[in-house]
Design a protein around this ligand. Structure first.
Ligand SMILES: Cc1ncc(COP(=O)(O)O)c(C=O)c1O
Length: 394
């Protein structure tokens, strides 16, 4: 063996020794806070969570959290390579290292979700319908040729990341919650327009406050009549990142004109109500019917699905069919619904040069909207028996 070869041989041996030593150190040593904690065994359920924390143990101003990014202990990360998903790991570092040619960056191959975990009076913490988010992220992923993620594993990963950040869950009574934001994206390089070979699923968590801590009051919505949210046969029913990029400009323009929320019509005829930027539309007729649009280009809101079930459960008729924009003026109540704020009552809808005053433009929340809001929150916070099986204890 010549001296160069001998040097190569010994450096390989050194590398191997180094590898095994580092692996052992990673497995058995207390890790610094900004790092990746090692994967333990082969499933999400065996991922070890740090500490034995209780909700509210962090020193945060729980009643003034708002809805903004806040660093927590960890997010959970899964990687898809060589045709399968790897094991999950907790990561403390909030920055990610991604290939410069990642398809998410160039072609928008990215989808996300949003769900919440809430503290109950008995000290438990519950996730609201994470199984539905698991289904929806897969629906979105499949549309843009990304691998789906096993639903049970998704729910388990949501539980684990909440457990690891238990002290960031706002305590019961503050009205806050831990918001989970799963994001799945093409992380591998591709320059020709094709799906990536590699994907990453992250689930981050952020403590958020009670949007309505000062009380619920109705707002004015404006119909966005110079932009479309989703094309017929497009991706409006998927929670793909690009839908939200396209909405930023109309959204900001509406806000600049003083309208906190914008309502989109269908892109084909501009005659039918679709949905708000980040929430579904619902109206209560003067006869007490719950109406919400049926359209292949709106996102199937989990909040709306739950409210429809509650409305039916309390004897109301639910009508899911196209809603002409002109019908809106006849509703007794109108609201936007979604995970972030549950329900936003709307008292005025500005459509071109008309103003539709809902119930005379009242400044009070409608009776049915209030009932539904109170009931869904009571279920989410474990105050009312969950006869629907919607809450998942963490
Ligand atoms: C476009 C759009 N519609 C509706 C919703 C409400 O859906 P969910 O109730 O599942 O949060 C959201 C939020 O996820 C959304 O982004």
């Amino acid at each position: 063996m010549g001296s160069v070869n001998l040097w190569r041989f010994s450096s390989h041996i050194l590398l191997l020794i180094g590898f095994f030593t580092t692996t052992n150190v990673l497995c058995f040593q207390q890790l610094p806070s900004r790092s990746i904690r090692p994967k333990t065994a082969c499933s999400v359920s065996s991922l070890s969570v740090s500490g034995n924390y209780v909700p509210g143990a962090q020193n945060l101003d729980w009643t003034n959290l708002g809805f903004q990014f806040r660093a927590t202990r960890s997010h959970i990360k899964f990687e898809y390579k060589d045709g399968h998903w790897g094991e999950g790991e907790f990561v403390n570092e909030p920055y990610i290292k991604t290939h410069i040619a990642a398809t998410a960056l160039h072609y928008g191959q990215a989808v996300f979700e949003g769900l919440k975990a809430m503290s109950a009076p008995d000290g438990s913490v519950r996730l609201f319908r994470p199984d539905e988010n698991a289904k929806r992220i897969n629906h979105s992923a499949a549309r843009i040729l990304m691998p789906t993620f096993p639903e049970e594993k998704f729910v388990e990963a949501c539980r684990k990341v909440v457990q690891d950040n238990m002290d960031f869950v706002p305590p019961y009574g503050t009205g806050g919650s831990l918001y989970l934001r799963p994001v799945l994206y093409g992380s591998g390089p591709r320059i020709g327009l094709q799906p990536s070979d590699e994907y990453t699923l992250l689930i981050m968590v952020i403590p958020v406050g009670d949007y309505y801590k000062g009380g619920v009051s109705p707002v004015t919505a404006v119909v966005i009549d110079n932009y479309d949210r989703a094309a017929p046969r497009g991706v409006g029913d998927c929670k793909v990142a690009g839908n939200y990029a396209a909405d930023m400009l109309p959204n900001i323009l509406a806000k600049k004109k003083g309208f906190p929320i914008g309502l989109y019509l269908d892109a084909k005829t501009n005659q039918f109500v679709e949905e708000f930027s980040t929430s579904n539309f619902l109206g209560i007729t003067k006869q007490g019917v719950y109406r919400t649009p049926a359209s292949p280009t709106i996102l199937n809101s989990i909040t709306n699905k739950s409210l429809m079930a509650l409305a039916e459960n309390q004897g109301m008729l639910v009508d899911r069919s196209p809603i002409p924009i002109e019908d809106v003026k006849d509703f007794a109540e109108v609201a936007a619904c979604g995970t972030a704020v549950v329900l936003t009552p709307i008292n005025k809808v500005v459509y071109k040069d008309q103003v539709f005053n809902i119930n005379g433009g009242t400044t009070e929340i409608g009776q049915v909207t209030q009932q539904l809001y109170t009931r869904i929150r009571a279920i989410q916070y474990g105050e009312e028996e969950d006869i629907f099986g919607w809450t998942f204890k963490v």
